[in-house]
Ligand binder design. Structure first.
Ligand code: GCU
Length: 588
């Protein structure tokens, strides 16, 4: 950037903002293109929001009323000229805050901005955030005015080898402020975060134990907090330690467990000093036992599907409850009780809806393909972003798997990096399962043996062995699935985290005609038959529910910038293979 400013604020994680007091800053924002990512034009910083005061004034950028972008929303599909724009754009929102209250604290909260965001407010740089899929916020209490506030955010979606994900990935790089922006209002001392989960040890006891942790922020913290679960007649006092991080336990009677068949959510109220936060939380346990996954102590088969966070009908990232309802509705039609949210954190509204609908989730960070494993800055970013994801979704019963990688070669630097990531994730959240989508090195196709044994050293660090297996699409033809299989030397459950093939909806031919719906359906039939025989296979998430945008897919007349492995087309039309999988799940 052309100027160096000392950030005025810390990136503060504030959870559950939809249930706090906030001003919604969504809508039309002005914007200025910054193709060379300088942050300024003609020697002036864009964040100054400078306008000449007389005719001699010189400025070489401008936020004009007619040039606007919608927030939330990727910029690429809002303006044809921005379709492949991968650089910086500066957004501006001006607003008055006549009810500004001196007794409150104010934070600008951004649910997601892809990829790097520089947040400035009333001419001051607050700070930067890196990572296109996790929320962040900066305090503006000492800067906000009753009138003429201007929030200017620079977003840069340039892909870089040292990013997460790295330069090349098989999805569209939707740039911009892709999810909600809110001005959050909290008391001087407030409940920043809270974490509640059912203690596994109490699962088989008459009275269950809910383990909790509170994080308070402020300079004069209350000595006590209260947790209320009215339906369970709980109203418990919690002594707050001076640092504001407090662990506690609540014993509850007649707890109704959360599960896909009975997604019971409890109203939770937490009070501390002048603050009060409400949430809806389900309580369940998940663990492995040998080659089984146990939900609430019972073995479960995960009837899953992979999903990108993209509404194909709008050609944009999911950013509304309507987007979430569309995508989860399709998954329910398929008969799913499980969804792999590939390959990055999806919008929070979808995770909260999954809580309500009883759909289990696999969540992940885009440690995908060619990450710079030997770069300590990348490991630091990965840990920060995973912390943000766990802080955001810790209280969501639907989320049961944290995945730390997708299709990464088992080289020493990657093994070390991901081993540290597994430890980091487990240290923050020991209540969920850890996995990673392991890719065989395409050996199976030409592999002399009919059984391929997975021996990736990373598997040792995982609770679940998850396998991406494209036999019949990337190697061989579907009939090869009859002669091949695989296993692992580990006493761990196996999930087939990807399989499938492409089909252009409406294109028909015989079952060996590539890109026909018939080929895709045949591949599903043969793949499912192969996987069904594998000892310890406790679930699958075929690739993928719906066609999605990808610059890596440019076969004219077939792909045209879309990955066609969806079971549903980008127009929402189901392909034959959808019904093959639906039939299999209906019998599971
Ligand atoms: C890979 C990868 C996906 C990709 C898919 C494909 O396994 O994990 O992100 O889209 O296969 O080739 O279509």
């Amino acid at each position: 950037m052309i100027w160096t400013l000392v950030p005025q604020a810390q990136n503060t994680f504030i959870s559950n903002t939809e249930n706090r007091t906030f001003t919604n800053l969504n809508g039309k924002w002005n914007y200025v293109l910054d193709p060379y990512m300088t942050g300024g034009m003609g020697g002036r910083a864009i964040m100054d929001n400078y306008e000449p005061t007389d005719k001699t004034g010189r400025v070489e950028y401008g936020f004009t009323p007619d040039r606007t972008l919608y927030v939330p929303g990727g910029w690429n599909t809002q303006k044809p000229e921005l379709a492949y724009f991968e650089a910086a754009i500066w957004y501006r929102k001006t607003f008055d805050k006549p009810d500004f209250d001196e007794s409150k604290r104010y934070f600008v909260y951004i649910e997601a901005a892809n990829q790097t965001a520089t947040v400035t407010f009333n001419g001051k740089e607050l700070g930067k955030h890196e990572g296109g899929y996790t929320p962040f916020s900066f305090e503006v209490t000492n800067l906000i005015k009753k009138q003429d506030n201007f929030l200017i955010i620079g977003v840069n979606n340039q892909r870089d080898a040292s990013d997460i994900p790295a330069k090349v990935h098989d999805w569209y790089n939707h740039g911009g402020i892709t999810r909600d922006v809110r001005l959050i209002e909290v008391p001087k001392n407030f409940i920043n975060n809270y974490f509640l989960s059912l203690d596994r040890e109490s699962l088989n006891k008459k009275n269950k134990t809910i383990k909790g942790k509170l994080e308070l922020a402020g300079n004069s913290l209350p000595e006590n907090a209260q947790i209320l679960i009215p339906e369970l007649h709980i109203e418990q006092n919690i002594a707050v330690n001076p640092k504001g991080a407090t662990a506690f336990e609540v014993t509850v009677k007649n707890l109704k467990l959360w599960s896909p068949n009975s997604p019971k959510l409890y109203d939770i109220i937490i009070k501390a000093g002048d603050d009060e936060i409400r949430d809806q939380i389900g309580f369940r346990t998940v663990e492995t036992k040998g080659k089984e996954i146990l939900l609430n102590g019972e073995p479960i088969f995960l009837k899953g599907i992979c999903l990108h966070d993209e509404n194909p009908l709008r050609k944009d990232r999911g950013n509304s409850i309507e987007d979430a309802q569309l995508l989860l509705g399709w998954a329910q039609e398929l008969g799913c009780n499980f969804i792999r949210l590939a390959h990055y954190p999806h919008q929070e509204k979808l995770v909260r809806l999954a809580d309500k609908l009883g759909i289990l989730l696999w969540e992940e960070l885009p440690l995908y393909w060619g990450i710079q494993w030997e770069n300590p800055e990348v490991l630091k970013k990965a840990k920060e972003q995973y912390t943000e994801l766990i802080y955001r979704d810790y209280n969501r019963a639907s989320s049961i798997v944290w995945s730390i990688a997708n299709e990464t070669a088992p080289i020493p630097s990657r093994n070390e990096f991901l081993s540290e990531m597994a430890d980091h994730v487990r240290s923050l959240d020991p209540t969920r399962l850890i996995s990673a989508a392991i890719k065989k090195d395409q050996e199976l196709d030409g592999h002399p043996d009919s059984v391929y044994t997975y021996n990736d050293p990373l598997i040792e660090k995982l609770d679940i062995l998850s396998i991406n297996e494209y036999l019949g699409w990337y190697g061989g033809l579907p009939d090869q699935c009859r002669t091949k299989s695989f296993t692992s030397g580990f006493e761990k459950p196996i999930i087939i985290s990807e399989f499938g093939g492409g089909a252009l909806q409406g294109f028909h031919g015989d079952k060996l005609t590539r890109w026909s719906e018939e080929f895709q359906a045949y591949l599903y039939e043969e793949s499912i038959a192969m996987f069904d025989k594998i000892d310890g296979m406790v679930g699958m998430t075929p690739w993928i529910l719906v066609d999605f945008m990808s610059p890596l897919r440019q076969l004219p007349g077939v792909q045209d910038g879309w990955n066609r492995k969806g079971l549903i087309s980008e127009k929402g039309i189901k392909k034959k293979a959808f019904f093959v999988l639906k039939d299999y799940y209906s019998k599971k």
